[in-house]
Write a protein of this length. Sequence first.
Lengths: 165, 287
Amino acid sequence: MSVLVNSTINGDPIQFSCEADETLMDALRDRVGLKGVKEGCGTGDCGACSIRLDGALVCSCLVLGAEAQGRTVDTVEGMSDGAKLHVLQEKFLEHAALQCGICTPGFLVAAQALLEKNPTPTEEEIRYGLAGNLCRCTGYDKIVRAVQDAAKTMNRKAKKKVSKS
Amino acid sequence: MLYESPNTLPEAVNLLAKAKGNAYVLAGGSDLLVRMKGGYIEPDLVVDIKRIKSMSTIKKTPEGFVIGGAVSCANIGEHTALRKAWPGVVEAANLIGSDQIQGRCTIVGNLCNASPAADSVPALIAAGATALIEGPRGEREVAVEKIAKAPGVTTLKKGEIVAAIQLPAKQRRSADAYLRFTPRTEMDIAVVSAAVHLTLGAKSVIEDARVSLGAVAAKALLVKPAAKAIIGTTLDDEALQKLSAACAAACSPINDKRGTVAFRTKVAQVLARRAALLAYERAGGKK
């Protein structure tokens, strides 16, 4: 059975059709063309397919495409403002927090969710917060440093905004 | 496969009761989709319960808390009153998987998946939680420990849905605690787990207690002799030893690469003692 789904994806109203048993991860990649959603394990262990569903951080491999009906979906493609990268993306580049890169979109989405919840996380909180994302290249250290640096920059920017207004 | 997302509980029950072939409830999907993908199950019908409003809220009532079957564990962790009243239950629910899994997984799913190693189940059993079940023949209320029958098998009948988990109101000078052993601190499944809930009376003497063990039998256990061992005591060394012995006697674990029978039996005793001490301290017990 095929299902017609209307969602708001990265801010745009999008309609796609998918099979009833198709995961949101497959639908986003193959129907909507958002290839930043990566398939790692396909069983919710690695976090490469991390997205936001109505704001909640989830593994899109454990969501059915049909479940996205009427909901908002945010993927890594929605993080940058056009060509202007998100602070987290800039810091990942600056700290070389990636090698092969397949885990990176998931890490970025998860790190964004983490910093929204906790803008000043300790190293331990970052490591726990990102425990659902696996990276087989970096050894995590550079990722943790990039997130710490991004948090610092984002807080400085937020402070500036407050003092200006 | 047919996917349905009804807006009301009676509709959901009706769909499941009338279903021909294999019908499954979809709450968080963190077990169901894995089993689908692995080819372990081939559903003909999946009923998504997340659009049922009454199942998506946590209600505080004079009798306690009613946690809807579709409430994610992340939402449980964000509920201040629930965290204060039942810290053990909330900690157990928040130990399941990563932040990504937390955003989806539910304690009802954890219960109905019927894994002996489910984190939230021993905590719910110790808390004296009940499952509110809605089915073709109406509603019934069942103690949480009676839901799982064997690994992956429940006592639920065709068409029945666990609509909510009911937790009693917090009694004065009572508290719960849940501890598990895993080789890793995150993203792991309990090798052994223990939950204790106790209520104190005058002079910090334990008036009432419930002890539950996970991953040491085919299902999470309510260990009545272990509770009996500490009721009427101030959790002195002798009481703790009797608690250990009662827990050891209740264990009939599997032997696998994650833990031998001897290891699991030993760790169950240690965790039960530590959980009891933690609950005692949380309840304001003074020795």
